[in-house]
Design a protein around this ligand. Structure first.
Ligand SMILES: Nc1ncnc2c1ncn2[C@@H]1O[C@H](COP(=O)(O)OP(=O)(O)OP(=O)(O)O)[C@@H](O)[C@H]1O
Length: 264
């Protein structure tokens, strides 16, 4: 799956996400995330695991600046996006691709139109309004869809697709954005086990081919172990494990999730 984009990327500096001493408190004095620091570079994939309510989605929302961190900084390919606002923030957001649990497609648009939405940040307001995209974008979108088995569906409306097909479209849209980091928030939670495996394969493969660091919030520890090169375990708003899947032991899982009966 080598693409023109992939070849061009080989000449570019490595893409990266760096989170430094991130703190988020929705209520003063009660931090949900407490001093989170990590860095992901190149084509590496990281799974963020942890119990419900431990702050995984909050972390994703702080990284893409849907919510402001209380303190700390987020660097995307070296650019500190923490203090940006207005046009500069909109520009920086193009560097952050998102894949959602519920896909977030525009239901009445076709597969091709949804994927081209990934280019909205790069075209003029007039082009965006008329949804007229450069031929190069259309060619790349088609090649991308072909590479993930959706060539026969380009003109089909999003609302006629299965969950797995929708998530492929969501991933293709994010890749079309040519992001410097790809954030996936529970991308398999709405899918059956077989489709979940296929979606993880597509996500990890595309992030590798396009050399985009990938961060996946995921509840399924076995999927995290199988597909990502690194696991970060959160508990009570702090990092309690950060390492390769092979090093994640039952003791670590007890620390992350608490208890142990569920492990048997
Ligand atoms: N907008 C908000 N205002 C106040 N508290 C919030 C807000 N969003 C989340 N929280 C709280 O922050 C904590 C972390 O929530 P978050 O959604 O980040 O956890 P999570 O690890 O992603 O959970 P899950 O795995 O269930 O999705 C929870 O206690 C939640 O109630």
């Amino acid at each position: 799956m080598t693409t023109r984009t992939g070849n061009a990327l080989a000449a570019q500096p490595e893409r990266s996400l760096r989170v430094e001493h991130l703190v988020k408190a929705y209520q003063p004095g009660k931090p949900v995330l407490n001093d989170i620091s990590f860095e992901v570079r190149g084509q590496n994939s990281v799974a963020i695991i942890g119990p419900s309510g431990t702050g995984k989605s909050t972390l994703i929302r702080c990284v893409n600046k849907l919510i402001p961190p209380t303190s700390g900084a987020v660097f995307v390919s070296g650019e500190n996006i923490s203090r940006l606002s207005g046009r500069a923030l909109r520009h920086a957001r193009r560097k952050i691709g998102m894949v959602f649990q519920e896909f977030n497609l525009v239901e009445r648009l076709t597969v091709m139109e949804n994927v081209l939405c990934g280019r909205l940040g790069y075209v003029s307001v007039w082009q965006a309004w008329r949804r007229t995209y450069p031929q190069d974008d259309i060619d790349r979108a088609f090649a991308l869809l072909e590479s993930i088995g959706l060539a026969d569906f380009v003109h089909q409306r999003a609302d006629s697709l299965s969950g797995g097909q929708r998530q492929r479209v969501g991933i293709a849209r994010a890749i079309m954005q040519e992001p410097h980091v790809l954030l996936a928030d529970e991308p398999t939670s709405s899918l059956d086990p077989k489709t979940s495996v296929e979606i993880m394969e597509v996500l990890v493969q595309l992030s590798e081919v396009h050399r985009i660091p990938l961060i996946i919030n995921i509840h399924d520890v076995e999927l995290a172990r199988r597909f990502t090169s690194r696991i970060i375990g959160l508990s009570q708003g702090g990092i309690v494990f950060d390492g390769p899947p092979a090093e994640l032991s039952n003791d670590h899982l007890k620390t992350i999730y608490g208890g142990e009966a569920w492990l048997q």
